[in-house]
Design a protein around this ligand. Structure first.
Ligand code: CMP
Length: 140
């Protein structure tokens, strides 16, 4: 499998509870390298644009509010098959359905406040990485 990059977001519910290090340890233990990382406050416009594909969903407004409620940590993770590997480490969107070893099973508060986001395909990873990072900020 090829080396890939994926976009990860540690969400407000997790940054508020000071869980960045614990979550990063799970990524690193799985063989993912954090090759870019910054802690930022998302604006409503940024969060709305990032989650534009969900605009028609009933939870869109609440999702945008929750993503702007506190800082997030945006990251680029690199590794073999990083997109799928990260989704394995994150676990199912709904923490009640997530495998016990996953970030969401261990830390998520709810299906919305689910502690992390990860790109769902290499194509979307490229788009989502460019949303937050310049190429010069990514240091393998
Ligand atoms: P994420 O992987 O960031 O992608 C979209 C987000 O929408 C998801 O994680 C959750 O935070 C949120 N989400 C998805 N489904 C629901 C739902 N049924 N109710 C509330 N929020 C949801």
């Amino acid at each position: 499998m090829a080396t890939e990059r994926t976009l990860s977001i540690i969400k407000p519910d997790a940054t508020r509870r000071n869980l960045t290090g614990k979550i990063n340890a799970l990524f690193e233990d799985a063989g993912l390298r954090i090759v870019a990382q910054k802690r930022i406050q998302l604006s409503e416009a940024q969060a709305g644009k990032f989650y534009e594909v969900h605009k028609e969903r009933p939870f869109y407004g609440s999702l945008v509010s929750s993503m702007t409620a506190a800082p997030v940590v945006v990251q680029v993770l690199e590794g073999e098959g990083a997109v799928l590997k990260n989704r394995d480490v994150m676990g199912a969107t709904d923490p009640k359905k997530a495998e016990p070893h996953t970030v969401r099973a261990q830390f998520a508060e709810s299906i919305e406040a689910n502690s992390v986001h990860g790109s769902d395909s290499p194509e979307n990873a490229a788009i989502e990485i460019a949303f937050f990072f310049a190429g010069t900020e990514i240091l393998p």
